[in-house]
Design a protein around this ligand. Structure first.
Ligand code: ADP
Ligand code: ZN
Length: 440
């Protein structure tokens, strides 16, 4: 295990008091800068708030929240800028998973500090100069590709900027150049296994992979385990969002007991998404982040809509930055069916624990005779697929009953052939909502 080995030892192991004092100093600067942007200048005026009012970390609660709608509303695209336009060197956009993409601008310094955070993450997972890093995330407006690219470049790792898709080419690149580290969307990693199987390649034996960064979409521990076993890699959960740069916000250390969130660069709050009040430590809620080290756009109390909790205790790796739990979903993703709240990842958790279940599934919500129903389409694992109707019926019943145990309603389960469900090169679409009545 790569413990005791840090890229930024001093910052990563700061004691609580020193870390908080750094945060406060950066928070004050951030608030001062933010107040010069048209968006926050107006908000501050409306709230009668002055930057000097922020004198302690707990004063953060006086600051206004910022939402995705704020970023794509009236202030779009330049209303959050705190620097003259000539200082901007790049813009990125979110994927647009839940509507119009948001746009984030960067100065040269922003790009540098973002790259540094990603490098810190990669180093923490054990990536070094002699690795060969194949980046299978989208290059371009999406932050996954360029974000990791610049981080890896700081570590002077050999980078293969493959981008997503073209599966056969990806495999060829891995073979030809002895790729040791990959950055990949987990649903794509599962799909790629099928292509490898068709080519007669067993990634464990035939490739040199060692580390995988899994990011960009919610996934369960079960998916991580499947990827680790099939590829023979150490897989790290990587969390980030465009509004906070992109990847590099939080990553697991080798202990994999939550994701260290870089508190020198982000101020963390977990709130109840309904009351907007902080929840006690250890309780699940919506992650709210304030950027502490950005120039072009300083976002205050950004509501990520991602559900997680802060984990108690210190990590044995020696890093003092707190850990968030694996994201269990977005508040937007929550399905309300027959009065029951369900997160798609609860379905994934059950499915991935059943060996006969293959690597892809989709949830379809429909209305029949005025009643909302859930259908779960499940690919059967190729080794377990059979034409035997009795076997399939039994498996169907088993899956439906295990799902009921977790989500409290019995969905209809459709078993489909391995690798027959639609897939994308980007984030997987897990839920198709065809309901005509969408409430309750
Ligand atoms: P969009 O919000 O349009 O999807 P981004 O491309 O910025 O835009 O994606 C950021 C979002 O992706 C996060 O807010 C989160 O919902 C999801 N995400 C990213 N990494 C992870 C991860 N490791 N686990 C769960 N969700 C993740
Ligand atoms: Zn740790």
């Amino acid at each position: 295990m790569q413990t005791g080995d840090f890229l930024d030892k001093e910052i990563e192991t700061l004691d609580l008091e020193a870390l908080q004092s750094l945060q406060l100093e950066r928070l004050k600067t951030t608030v001062r800068k933010a107040s010069t942007s048209p968006f926050y200048a107006k908000r501050f005026r409306e709230l009668g708030l002055r930057p000097e009012d922020i004198q302690s970390l707990s004063d953060v609660e006086h600051l206004p929240f910022t939402t995705k709608d704020d970023l794509r509303g009236e202030a779009y695209p330049y209303g959050f800028l705190t620097v003259p336009g000539e200082n901007l060197v790049r813009l990125h956009a979110s994927s647009g998973t839940t509507g119009r993409p948001t746009v984030i601008f960067h100065t040269k310094k922003d790009i540098r500090s973002w790259a540094h955070l990603v490098a810190r993450c990669m180093y923490m997972a054990g990536v070094r100069k002699d690795d060969v890093f194949q980046n299978m995330m989208g290059y371009g407006l999406f932050t996954g590709g360029l974000g990791f690219h610049y981080g890896a470049e700081l570590l002077e790792t050999l980078i293969i900027p493959a981008g997503p898709g073209s599966s056969k080419r990806q495999i060829r690149l891995m073979q030809d150049f002895g790729t040791t580290v990959i950055h990949i969307i987990p649903s794509y990693a599962l799909y790629l296994l099928k292509v490898m199987a068709e080519l007669g390649i067993n990634p464990r034996d035939d490739l040199s992979l060692r580390v995988a960064f899994l990011g960009a979409e919610p996934h369960t521990e079960g998916v991580r385990r499947r990827i680790e076993e099939a590829y023979g890699v150490d897989a790290f959960n990587s969390y980030g969002l465009s509004e906070m740069n992109g990847p590099g916000v939080a990553l697991e250390c080798p202990y994999k007991n939550g994701l260290h969130i870089w508190e020198d660069s982000y101020l963390v709050e977990i709130i109840d998404p309904v009351t907007l009040k902080p929840v006690p430590d250890g309780t699940e809620g919506e992650l709210v982040l304030t950027s502490l080290n950005r120039d072009a756009m300083c976002l205050l109390r950004y509501r990520t809509k991602d559900i997680t909790r802060l984990l108690p205790g210190r990590c044995p790796c020696g890093r003092t930055h707190r850990r968030i739990d694996r994201i269990t979903g977005r508040t937007d993703d929550m399905i309300i069916l027959k009065g029951v709240n369900i997160f798609p990842l609860q379905v994934e958790m059950v499915l991935m624990s059943i060996p006969e279940v293959g690597n892809n599934y989709q949830i379809v919500l429909e209305t029949h005779n005025g009643i909302d129903t859930m259908r779960v389409q499940v690919e059967v694992d190729s080794e377990h697929f059979s034409e035997d109707i009795r076997y399939l019926e039994k498996l169907q019943k088993k899956i439906a009953s295990e799902l009921r145990g977790e989500i409290l309603i019995t969905p209809q389960v459709d078993l489909v052939e391995p690798n027959s469900l639609p897939r994308s090169d980007g984030k997987a679409i897990r839920v198709v909502d065809k309901r005509t009545v969408t409430v309750g």
